[in-house]
Design a protein around this ligand. Sequence first.
Ligand SMILES: [Zn+2]
Length: 140
Amino acid sequence: MNHIDILKNVLSNEGLRYTQQRQIIWDEIRTSSEHRDAEKIYSQIKIKNKIKVSRATVYRTIDVLVKNDLVRKVELGDGRALYEHKYNEEHHDHMICVETGKITEFYNEKLEDLQEEIVKKHGYELVRHVHQLFVKPIKK
Ligand SMILES: [Zn+2]
């Protein structure tokens, strides 16, 4: 399925109409590799597009995309949340610098296996996981 049909599917599942505005929102998130908050996504859309997309539509559409697994919500633990797309993406985890807010993506095969192992030991099967490391630069 291409990215337009995927969006159409998600919207129809949610009983929402497919609109150009919602496509713009999905495209804005889909074509970026950044981790941004909803306000930043909204302001980028405003700058790049002639068509007016309301803030409420941006926020609501992001929620729908998160709910339907097209977008990942990265909670920073202090009430803030950043978003990134999950379209055609390999799984990765995040390291968040508490001083600068910089986000570093990482993937570690051993860690992935270990998580599976721990879950199995407890009689479960892993469905999904969120692994976030809060870090700060080493002072020299
Ligand atoms: Zn990421």
